[in-house]
Write a protein that binds this ligand. Structure first.
Ligand SMILES: *[C@@H]1O[C@H](CO)[C@@H](O)[C@H](O)[C@H]1NC(C)=O
Length: 487
């Protein structure tokens, strides 16, 4: 299982050469370069324009990103990857990208009430339960002492902030002992880091996860991480704060072992949280799904169908109406969310979605329009009409889309036919549309949603999914549409 996960990470990163280098203690220069690349890509939104003919331009942009990082961390700004910069890249850190001069998340989400609840779902075996309770309570106190917020602990049911310990990737740094880059860039949820938390919203919003592969401690020591300190940082995210570039601030993205007896919240963090909560909070009723919004179906409902399915930075996202199910390669639990908690300006009810992972881009389709997103942000210039992709005006909407990593082509399904779009040339291929049944043996019906994963296509139709061999396009087996959910 471990080996399988490793392969997944590696193939996801497209770093197959890292797989080879694991066997050798020496890391060639070229690979080091690529690892640094990955770091910048992860945390500084640096996009390697693989298709760019102008390598020099790419190098310039990389230098800029290194400068940005050096400036963020208060290092000497040289644009060069010197020893100090490399060491900074290897620090254990929190899994949210650094944004210079940013103190909140996009759209500044915050709790629109003063009474916020939390629940501790499980405990780490590293500490006494009472000590865990105390560390968490003290971390909340730091924030409640400077805001109108009141935190109440729940022992059952759904709290606003759910706190849990879970074993993730067994890494504390972005590199292993052999300096191999290991962290897959997941959706603002970077594994192999100490912990992560989600900004305020319903569902998973506000929740904080701590990596059980770490040694959690009551006091600051050399062989573990002070739970109070990490929890206080993560709860900052749970309340809506992003990272700070002020060295010594609690929201600085790198763990700093400081003595936490008589710990006081640094001024920069007080300024940040008061920018979000200083104003008297208007007590809005908790937003409940209205009659117009049907309830989210149960994961294991045998009749469950989906509107669209896509991968996103290593996870699989399943869409239906305004709901999203997230399947991470590291956790067996399925996370539930709403589309609006990720992309507030996108309308729910997608027809299709697909990811071109090399470009870190996901495209969403609804009626005759489509949007491109990278992580949280919607690319500018969208929505665009689907005719821009080469569809005739007679096509009013598409049923499903899937990107084939092997051929670099995207297939669009419309009724009983499909189209093939060349992602390299950004044009529709001639000779299409063709009958789905003519090329995908055993598929004699429309496709609701489509996914490519582990060497197979999965075509969803009603409550079933059809597993199709990527190479020969033959039907392998039919499984239930929710078979990813451990039902
Ligand atoms: C975890 O930290 C505690 C406290 O410093 C220490 O006693 C213990 O040996 C550490 N455990 C591991 C596995 O490092």
């Amino acid at each position: 299982r471990e080996a399988k996960m490793e392969t997944k990470i590696l193939s996801f990163l497209g770093l197959l050469y890292v797989a080879c280098s694991c066997a050798f203690p020496v890391v060639p220069e070229k690979e080091k370069e690529d690892m640094q690349f990955k770091y910048l890509e992860n945390f500084y939104d640096f996009q390697d324009e693989k298709r760019s003919l102008f390598k020099a331009e790419n190098l310039d942009r990389m230098t800029d990103k290194i400068r940005e990082m050096q400036s963020f961390f208060g290092l000497e700004v040289t644009g060069e990857l010197n020893r100090k910069t490399l060491d900074m890249m290897k620090q254990p850190r929190c899994g949210i990208p650094d944004v210079r001069s940013y103190s909140t998340f996009p759209q500044s989400p915050r709790w629109k009430k003063e009474d916020v609840t939390y629940r501790i779902l499980n405990y780490t075996p590293d500490m006494l339960e009472d000590d865990v309770d105390e560390a968490i309570a003290k971390a909340f106190q730091l924030w409640s002492s400077v805001t109108p917020l009141r935190f109440t602990r729940l022992y059952s049911g759904e709290a606003d902030i759910m706190i849990s310990f879970a074993a993730g990737c067994k890494r504390t740094s972005l590199y292993d002992e052999k300096h191999n880059f290991l962290t897959p860039p997941l959706f603002f949820l970077v594994h192999g880091t100490l912990a992560h938390a989600y900004p305020p919203s319903r569902g998973i919003g506000g929740d904080a996860h701590f990596d059980e592969d770490e040694n959690w401690t009551k006091f600051t020591t050399n062989n573990g991480y002070n739970l109070f300190l990490v929890a206080a940082h993560e709860l900052g995210h749970s309340l809506g704060l992003g990272h700070s570039n002020v060295f010594g601030a609690l929201m600085y993205p790198i763990y700093m072992a400081v003595d936490t007896r008589n710990y006081r919240l640094p001024q920069d963090d007080i300024d940040g949280i008061q920018a979000l909560y200083e104003a008297p909070t208007e007590l809005l009723p908790r937003e409940e799904p209205t009659e117009m919004t049907p309830m989210r179906p149960e994961d294991c409902d045998p009749h469950l169908t989906f509107d669209a399915v896509t991968t996103l930075r290593g996870e699989i996202l399943f869409f239906k109406g305004s709901y999203v199910w997230r399947k991470s390669p590291f956790f067996s639990v399925i996370e539930h969310d709403t589309i609006s908690s990720f992309w507030p300006s996108l309308a729910a009810g997608f027809d299709a979605a697909y990811e071109v992972d090399k470009k870190d881009r996901v495209l969403f389709f609804k009626d005759d329009q489509y949007w491109a997103v990278s992580g949280y942000s919607i690319d500018s210039g969208f929505p665009k009409p689907i005719q821009n992709l080469g569809f005739p005006t007679s096509v009013r909407k598409i049923d499903a889309a899937v990107y084939d990593q092997n051929t670099k082509k995207t297939y669009f399904f419309v009724g009983s036919k499909y189209w093939s779009f060349n992602e390299n040339t950004q044009s529709m291929e001639s000779g299409y549309p063709r009958k789905i049944a003519a090329d995908f043996q055993g598929i004699g019906h429309t496709v609701d949603a489509a996914l490519q994963k582990n060497g197979y296509f999965y075509f969803f139709h009603g409550s079933n999914q059809y597993e199709i061999d990527l190479k020969n396009k033959k039907l392998v087996r039919i499984i239930k549409s929710n078979s990813w959910f451990n039902c």
